[in-house]
Ligand binder design. Sequence first.
Ligand SMILES: Nc1ncnc2c1ncn2[C@@H]1O[C@H](COP(=O)(O)OP(=O)(O)OP(=O)(O)O)[C@@H](O)[C@H]1O
Length: 303
Amino acid sequence: MTTQPAIISLKNIGKTFHLGAHQIRGAHDISFDLHAGRTLALVGESGSGKTTCARIIMREYIADSGELLFNGSAITDNSPKGLKQYRKNVQMIFQDPFASLNPAHTVDYHLRRPLSLYQGHLKGQAVTDKIHDLLTQVELDPEIVAPKHPHDLSGGQRQRINIARTLAVGAKAIIADEPTSMLDVSVRQGVLELLNRMKRDLGLALLYITHDVATAHYVAEDIMVMYGGQILEWGDVKAVLSNPQHDYTRMLLAAVPDPDIRFDDPRSRLEPNAVNRVREQAKLLHPHIRSAGPNHFYRHIDG
Ligand SMILES: Nc1ncnc2c1ncn2[C@@H]1O[C@H](COP(=O)(O)OP(=O)(O)OP(=O)(O)O)[C@@H](O)[C@H]1O
């Protein structure tokens, strides 16, 4: 059982989108905690509600029901200043490492900017030294990389700059939405290892969003499987993946040849037939899940 306090808690969060006469359930009765020094993997197919959860945590969406807690307290300050203070602590890394960087500016600028906004006590040479430290922390050579523009860098290097920006802000929790899915397979492992090391060394709380069960196995201690805006199963990543209790988790896993095979091993690639089988079976499962009412919590992280 973990003794560290949760940095972020979602309590019974619900969010429905209204598109004309249609209602789409983005999140239904979602509850989970993000703890310092731990990664929770949020796994599910496209449209399962992963990004909705991320946007609620980032306070880009306001939940219809339930509560978002930061360090155990309800968030009451909705002023721009309150939001800025919150985002100092909770940062997001996006799927597309290029889109989140401004092509007109250098790496130095991309790090200088959050430092001036969030670490205003640093001045002059201290800012340059901090930029040097940040680039070293994300395993890039400061002398070479700082003067470069995003288009001079590889996808993996750009994602490292995005990670360095979250460190420049001083974030305690990072929401990483498919952070490696647009990267070449050969550099994915390095970026995930960096996230793992930051989590360990800096005690960050990470939410790792992915549709890829194999990478969840590699980076996370805990896992939650989502479908149709609901959590179907959650718990210790090794326990859930080795002994899934929900049919849908079993179906997702059936598409991966062997969870013990590393995700960058070619043998871990999904077989097209298996993927199609999961999708077809998920369609059949869908009405059952929707009519099931409350979430199915088959395991509890602390349990
Ligand atoms: N702003 C929105 N307006 C209307 N519907 C939305 C909105 N955002 C999400 N949805 C719907 O809510 C459901 C959950 O979407 P969400 O983006 O959270 O899923 P996801 O698991 O993150 O998918 P992906 O992996 O494709 O990003 C989907 O049916 C989606 O179409």
